[in-house]
Ligand binder design. Structure first.
Ligand code: F6P
Length: 326
């Protein structure tokens, strides 16, 4: 059994729907097991500037359904420096915090890993990002909600695309990962997805035009993952204007609408399970692991793996989309 008496919790990096459900679960599980909880505002930035408050069970009431993060979030440049992390450690100790739970994406867990190594602090990460790009977990908190937002946008765009016989390129987020684009395309019945993982494998645009739009369809929807590799929806549309000028092309960039909104039931359940698991992990003396979900089972993924290893796209899904869009 660990002798952790007080935990600090923070959200960091891009917000994701379900972060509040995770904050609630971590707070209540910790209090249930007799620990004190400190809420750290604005991520690592607040740890450095000492924005740290006591959290009681009622502080996390009525938040499970809310998007965003009640703890607020930030991307802290100062935490990247040795001096910044030294200040963060001093504040942590001054508040009697023995361990941290960090909810965030790749960059946030990278920061957690460095901090944990430097100061020998137990830190547990929860994967909170709409991008679903963390290795070792089938899903990240916020991904399902973002996917549903994308699908409802695709449904609406399809109405106007088919009325005008247009070819639409819809750009979705994902940083350098194509999970939102690929699964958004499957769920939205789109004709194709252009994703960074396949940029060097094949000409995804030519394949889309030749196999679908040109032969059987008057309107088409293609999801494009934002990425330097894909060139984004604008880049792809420019290419179509030059190479296939016969098409009436439009672009929609969904942008930050994908980050907001009330979390889906799946995200709330995932966040709740992962939040409880974070406290279980600390009580089992686990440290420097990210909580993941693998085949519906909670798993502990070392930070080194979660951050460094590349989460692969399922090639079968790419084939399925291709088959279903004929
Ligand atoms: O990582 C989440 C994410 O929404 C990415 O999909 C996107 O590339 C990035 O954050 C946008 O960041 P910001 O909100 O700082 O513009």
């Amino acid at each position: 059994m660990s002798n952790i008496k007080c935990i600090g919790i923070l959200t960091s990096g891009g917000d994701a729907p379900g972060m509040n459900a995770a904050i609630r679960a971590v707070t209540r599980a910790a209090i249930y097991h007799g620990m004190n909880v400190k809420g750290i505002y604005r991520g690592y930035k607040g740890l450095i500037t000492n924005e740290i408050l006591d959290f009681k069970t009622q502080d996390v009431s009525n938040i499970i359904q809310r998007g965003g993060t009640i703890l607020k979030t930030a991307r802290s440049e100062e935490f990247r420096t040795i001096e910044g992390r030294a200040k963060a450690y001093e504040n942590m100790k001054a508040h009697g915090i023995d361990a941290l739970v960090v909810i965030g994406g790749d960059g946030s867990l990278t920061g957690a890993r460095i901090f944990a190594q430097e100061y020998d602090i137990p830190i547990i990460g929860l994967p909170g990002t709409i991008d679903n790009d963390l290795y070792g977990t089938d899903s990240t908190i916020g991904y399902d909600t973002a996917l549903n937002t994308i699908v409802s946008a695709v449904d609406k765009i399809r109405d106007t695309a088919s009325s005008h016989d247009r070819l639409f390129f819809i750009e979705v987020m994902g940083r350098e990962a194509g999970f939102l684009a690929l699964n958004g395309a499957i769920a939205g019945g789109a004709e194709a997805a252009i994703i960074p993982e396949y940029m060097f494998e094949k000409d995804q645009l030519a394949e889309t035009i030749e196999n679908g739009f040109r032969k059987t369809k008057n309107s088409s929807i293609v999801l494009v993952a934002e990425s330097e590799l894909t060139g984004g929806a604008m880049g792809v549309a420019e290419r179509v204007k030059k190479e296939y000028p016969q098409f009436d092309v439009r672009v929609t960039i969904l942008g930050h609408v994908q980050r907001g909104g009330t979390p889906t039931a799946n995200d709330r359940i995932l966040a709740s399970r992962m939040g409880v698991a974070a406290i279980d992990a600390l009580m089992e003396d686990q440290r420097n692991v990210m909580i993941g979900i693998d085949n519906d089972k909670i798993v502990y993924v070392p930070f080194s793996k979660a951050i460094k290893e590349h989460k692969p796209i399922d090639a079968k899904l790419v084939d399925d989309l291709h088959m279903l869009s004929i």
